[in-house]
Design a protein around this ligand. Structure first.
Ligand SMILES: Nc1ncnc2c1ncn2[C@@H]1O[C@H](COP(=O)(O)OP(=O)(O)O)[C@@H](O)[C@H]1O
Ligand SMILES: [Mg+2]
Length: 255
């Protein structure tokens, strides 16, 4: 069965979109047919990889206005990468999730079950917060990975996320795995970063990955590119960034 992986922490700006998009490229560039489901009403991962607005979006599928296959679009610049997009501007995912999702918490899971056989890997990019939309996306996932930054607020956020996830597992009877944390924009020269890393290791039975600050991300998000294929003045992603995505990919999909 296709493993579905979500990236989530209720805090914004910790790297959920950057990491889910980059991992999706890692998978697509390895020749695996990869689907990114954009579950964020802001549609950031969609605008990263799609230059023009597609006809349909995720919320159209959820509302039965079109089939999944009508809404999925290929990323023009990355072979094997497909998006089930969300329109950040003029989209209806936010309104839909606020009004309808409470009645249908398993609807994203049903959608993933439906398309699972068509893709090797599925990645969900989630919005900040822990409302019905994020819960429904978590229910649909086999595994959730928490990205965080090196600040005390992120550690608090991790603690809240762990306890909320326990409730979701119990109340919705799902067994979404959570054993990986990513500290994003990590700098080992800064003591606070080292302290947060130590605290993340101590917070439970987690494997902790470290991603450095890497200017390639911002640039390739502006230009719609895969970070792995991108170079600024002849320089691509930092070696540490390349290695961590290779490791994460191996750990997730065993290749
Ligand atoms: N490791 C990194 N190095 C440099 N910039 C980063 C890194 N991770 C994220 N960013 C930038 O930080 C901003 C927020 O990241 P984003 O992935 O959108 O967070 P989230 O999805 O959690 O809100 C984006 O502009 C992104 O380009
Ligand atoms: Mg995001």
């Amino acid at each position: 069965m296709t493993k579905t992986v979500a990236f989530h922490l209720q805090k914004g700006g910790v790297g959920k979109t950057t990491i889910s998009g980059t991992l999706a490229c890692q998978s697509a560039l390895a020749g695996r047919k990869t689907l990114v489901v954009d579950c964020d009403p802001q549609g950031n991962v969609s605008s990263w990889f799609l230059q023009s607005a597609p006809k349909y979006e995720l919320s159209d599928v959820l509302q039965g206005k079109c089939y999944v296959k009508d809404a999925v679009v290929p990323a023009p610049d990355v072979d094997n990468l497909f998006l089930l997009p969300t329109f950040g501007i003029g989209g209806t995912l936010k309104t839909y999730s606020e009004t309808k999702l409470t009645e249908e918490p398993y609807i994203i899971q049903d959608l993933i079950d439906e398309v699972g056989k068509d893709y090797d890997h599925i990645i969900l990019d989630l919005s900040p917060g822990l409302g019905m939309l994020e819960r429904s996306a978590l229910i649909a996932s086999d595994e959730v990975i928490t990205p965080m930054t090196s600040e005390v607020f992120s550690l608090d956020g991790l603690e809240i996320f762990i306890s909320e996830l326990a409730k979701i597992r119990k109340n919705m009877r799902v067994s979404v795995k959570h054993d990986k944390i990513i500290i994003n924009s990590y700098d080992s020269r800064i003591k606070q970063h080292r302290d947060i890393y130590a605290a993340a290791i101590e917070s439970g039975n987690y494997k902790v990955y470290l991603i450095p600050v890497d200017p390639v991300f911002r640039k390739c998000q502006e230009l719609g590119k895969a970070p792995q294929l991108f170079k600024i003045r002849g320089r691509g992603m930092k070696t540490q960034t390349v290695e961590v995505f290779e490791e994460l990919y191996r750990d997730l999909w065993n290749n």
